[in-house]
Design a protein around this ligand. Sequence first.
Ligand SMILES: Cc1cc2nc3c(=O)[nH]c(=O)nc-3n(C[C@H](O)[C@H](O)[C@H](O)COP(=O)(O)OP(=O)(O)OC[C@H]3O[C@@H](n4cnc5c(N)ncnc54)[C@H](O)[C@@H]3O)c2cc1C
Length: 301
Amino acid sequence: MIPHRFDYVAPDSLAGCIEALNTAAPAGGDGEDARVLAGGTWVLPEMSRAESRPARLVDLRRAGLGGVTGTGSGLSVGAMCTYAELLASPDVLRHAPLLHTMAEGITGGWALRSQATVGGSAVSARPQSDVPGALVACGAVARAVGPEGERRFPVAELFAAAMHSSLLPGEVLTGFDVPSTAGAGSGYVKLKRGGSSWPIATAAALVRLGDEGVCRQVSLVLGAVTATPLRVDVDAALVGTTPGDDGVREAAHLAGAAVDEPWDDLLAPGSYRAAVAAPIARRALTMALVAARTTIQETRA
Ligand SMILES: Cc1cc2nc3c(=O)[nH]c(=O)nc-3n(C[C@H](O)[C@H](O)[C@H](O)COP(=O)(O)OP(=O)(O)OC[C@H]3O[C@@H](n4cnc5c(N)ncnc54)[C@H](O)[C@@H]3O)c2cc1C
């Protein structure tokens, strides 16, 4: 049960949602600011525990922000896109298989996957979440709309600090543009205590090889080991080489060395997270390399 009174609105347009977020709630509620409601899997438990007491909930469900579509050069992922929608989309498999793999590993069963949204996870900016690191690795661009209009920015800038997004007051995150990574190999590794626990560390890797097997491009992002996703520059170890074990080991070493302020919580101390960064980076890069080589072989066949 939610122990305070609040106004609930579900405008049928984005403009209506922005307006509802930026005008005072009618008298009668006893809460504080207006708050966006997406899937509600964080908002509603927080309100039930009286950790959050919004005067108004602005439900985005009718604002037209759902789903994922192919754009020719990649994907447009709506902020209200659920994990289930990511998993069902052939466009995601084609243009951003990393997002498909990430969504496959979300716990909570189909009820959670069909309710929780990609935008809700991103705005929550929890260090342990899967979504932030995966979006950063894909090079996504975030879109947000507020009273001053629309702005677009690299998704990494959305994750300002642990549990804090960089959205401005009264802004709604509307979605993401994800460039196509078709032809690249991807790898996603997550270390957890048990099947249903939060990740202790994640590694997302993308590797693009030329026809002759030379590495053209690599992207490596660690999640849950620092307060915000950590992009590691491993170009020096891999780009321009025909990657083998030595190059991957060197890249993984760079990943471990990059963790200078590890995230600490009840699941695992920072020292543990720093220690596992290199091994999971190595596994993710190895997976991505194998996938990239397989893609080349399939193209030739
Ligand atoms: C049982 C369970 C298992 C889970 N397992 C995993 C897991 O394995 N991996 C993982 O990473 N996460 C996991 N989660 C977390 C889950 O991914 C998030 O709870 C979910 O994505 C949040 O999305 P939501 O739509 O429910 O957000 P909501 O609860 O509706 O909103 C979350 C926050 O974001 C704000 N917000 C939401 N959308 C917008 C928007 N478009 N613009 C502006 N502000 C917005 C809300 O105001 C609120 O502050 C799990 C959660 C549960 C309950």
